[in-house]
Structures are given as structure tokens and as C-alpha cells.
Write a protein that binds this ligand. Structure first.
Ligand code: NAD
Length: 299
């Protein structure tokens, strides 16, 4: 049966390397990298994410700047805060936790963030940079998925990759990253006629749907690598978009849920913040050494 891709261990190594890079940055720039996180409202899941992002930021030796605004805050107030953070030289990364309350247009807020502080990689400028091969910020979850994939396939070139889901946060940037690695990329989505037929042909499957255990073992090409982005809370507990029990019988390698993609997301957020700080202060950081944390031999 399949190799289990240990995202938790990978993320721990990544965070250790980031902490080293942060210390180097601090010594040279005379300050810690700063990540500002803005939480609007009381959504309990968002509050948990923001708390764990803050803790991970501090653990890596960075400064966490947290802003909490009430659910009924006017959009103008939020936009004014974003403008202040854009102008603040101690802030290297700005993240506005989604979802936002209904009266605030998320796209307007994302577009107000300085693209060079947009460590979530959601700004249209960064989406365009990714699509055209320019340096920018790549969304954390798909970049984490790519790192896990590269730990199994150092060369992805020529492989058939199927991404299930086309969100701006996961599916689309994942497809762009795989295309940049010279995979042959297919995106399967809610209107696809025969999703299973596409997935059956794939060497690489990335599932980012939000439907518990949709992808079963009979969808998987024997030996394929399966990355499960899904986080679904069910009565049986936390499950992915992939049915791990059956898929792991067929796949060559597979991520578990929890302990697969999930831990990578925050680690990559810290990585992007370090990259931002290094660019802004013109400090040389060996980011390839950080990113190769999948290669445990160096530790
Ligand atoms: P989304 O709801 O924005 O997008 C889901 C996508 O799935 C859509 O593009 C839709 O076209 C597609 N889809 C829906 N039904 C389908 C079907 N029957 N067949 C094929 N495609 C179908 O979700 P998202 O933000 O991209 O997140 C996807 C999943 O990943 C969720 O479970 C979410 O909780 C999880 N997620 C995890 C992390 C992490 O850190 N691990 C980060 C982001 C999202």
C-alpha cells in the first residue's frame, strides 16, 4: 500500500529552517519580520486559524501584529487599516482572514493590500505574476502541496496532473504551479461531466473540493500520488476529500487528513513572510535551502 506523505513532519522541518532564516534576517536587518493578521467578526473557525497563525509566527521568531475588528465594522474602516499596514515599514506581510462578513466585498479588500506584502498570494497582481512566471507570492496551501509533491517527484515534468476544484485559493493556483513544473494539467470542477475518468488517468491528483471522501480508490490510477486538501468536519471526525482507506490501497503515495496538507499551510505563510521581509530589506536568504525541507537528509 501507499507511502504516507507526512505533512506534519515536513512542516516541522520547514518551520525549523524558517526560524534559522529569520534569525539571519534579524541579525542583518536589525528587526524581526512582521506579519499582520486582521480578523473581522467572531467566526469560531477563523478565530482558531488566527490564533494558531499568531503562535506559529512568534515561534518562528517573527513579530505577530494582530487586529480584531467587530463583525459590523464599516468596509471603510477595514480599508483604512489595510492602508496603514501597507504604509508601516515594520509590516512585511498582511493577511485578512477570510471569510469576511457579507457587507464587505472580499475582492475589494484583497485588492487594497500592497501586492508586495500580500503573503497569502490572493491579490490579482500576484495571481497574474504566477500565471506569467514572474516572481510574486503564491497562495500558501497550493505551494505547500507542491512541496509535498516534490518530495515524492523531484521532477514533475511530463506527468499527468488532475486538480479537482477551481477556487482562486487552491484549485487555480495549484494548476498554475503544476503547469509551471511542466505537468500536463487538467482541472476538474463541479460542471465536469465525468470527473472519475479524468482522475483515473492522472499520475498526480490534488483534491480541493470540500466534499467528504468523494474520491475513492476506484478513481485512482495504480501508483498515483494523491494530495488531499479537503478538511471536512463530519460526525466521524475530520476527513478529507479522498477516501483514505480505499485510495491508500491503490495510490503510490498519499497525504493523510489530518497531518497532510493542513500543517503545510501555516508553515508556507511564514515562509512567504520571510521572503517578503528579505526582499523588502534586500537581505539575502537562501530560500531554496528552506524550501527543500522535504529532503530530510540535510537535517
Ligand atoms: P471552494 O468551495 O471554494 O471550491 C471547491 C471547488 O470544488 C469548486 O471550484 C467546485 O467547482 C469544485 N467542485 C464542487 N463539487 C464538485 C464535484 N462534484 N466534482 C468536482 N469538483 C467539484 O473550496 P476551496 O476553498 O478550494 O477548498 C476546498 C477544500 O479544501 C475544502 O474542504 C477546504 O476546507 C479545504 N481547504 C484546506 C486548506 C488547508 O490548509 N489544508 C486550505 C484551503 C482549503
Amino acid at each position: 500500500s501507499a507511502t504516507i506523505i507526512d505533512g506534519k513532519a515536513f512542516a516541522a522541518r520547514l518551520r525549523a529552517r524558517i526560524a534559522t532564516g529569520v534569525a539571519e534576517f534579524h541579525a542583518e536587518a536589525g528587526r524581526a519580520p512582521g506579519l499582520a493578521v486582521v480578523l473581522v467578526g467572531e467566526d469560531p473557525a477563523s478565530a482558531v486559524y488566527v490564533r494558531s497563525k499568531g503562535k506559529a509566527t512568534r515561534d518562528a521568531g517573527m513579530q505577530s501584529i494582530e487586529h480584531r475588528l467587530p463583525a459590523d465594522v464599516p468596509a471603510e474602516t477595514l480599508l483604512a487599516l489595510v492602508a496603514d499596514l501597507n504604509a508601516d515599514p515594520g509590516v512585511d506581510g498582511i493577511l485578512v482572514q477570510l471569510p469576511l462578513p457579507k457587507h464587505i466585498d472580499a475582492q475589494t479588500v484583497i485588492s487594497a493590500i500592497d501586492p508586495d506584502k500580500d503573503v497569502d498570494g490572493f491579490h490579482p497582481i500576484n495571481a497574474g505574476r504566477l500565471a506569467t512566471g514572474l516572481p510574486g507570492f503564491v497562495p500558501c496551501t497550493p505551494l505547500g502541496c507542491l512541496m509535498l509533491l516534490k518530495s515524492i517527484h523531484p521532477k514533475l515534468s511530463g506527468l499527468e496532473a488532475v486538480v479537482i476544484g477551481r477556487s482562486n485559493i487552491v484549485g487555480k493556483p495549484m494548476a498554475q504551479l503544476l503547469l509551471a513544473e511542466s505537468c500536463t494539467v487538467t482541472i476538474v470542477h463541479s460542471r465536469t461531466h465525468d470527473a472519475k475518468a479524468h482522475v483515473r488517468a492522472a499520475d498526480i491528483v490534488v483534491a480541493a473540493v470540500g466534499i467528504p471522501q468523494m474520491v475513492t480508490g476506484d478513481w485512482i490510477k495504480p501508483g498515483a500520488t494523491v494530495i488531499d486538501v479537503g478538511i471536512n468536519r463530519t460526525e466521524a471526525g475530520l476527513v478529507g476529500d479522498v477516501d483514505f482507506a480505499s485510495a491508500s490501497q491503490v495510490a503510490g503515495a498519499i497525504t493523510p487528513v489530518p497531518g497532510g496538507v493542513g500543517p503545510m499551510t501555516i508553515a508556507v505563510l511564514l515562509r512567504n513572510t520571510l521572503v517578503s521581509a528579505a526582499r523588502r530589506e534586500a537581505v539575502a536568504i537562501d530560500i531554496d535551502a528552506v524550501d527543500s525541507a522535504g529532503d530530510a537528509a540535510g537535517d
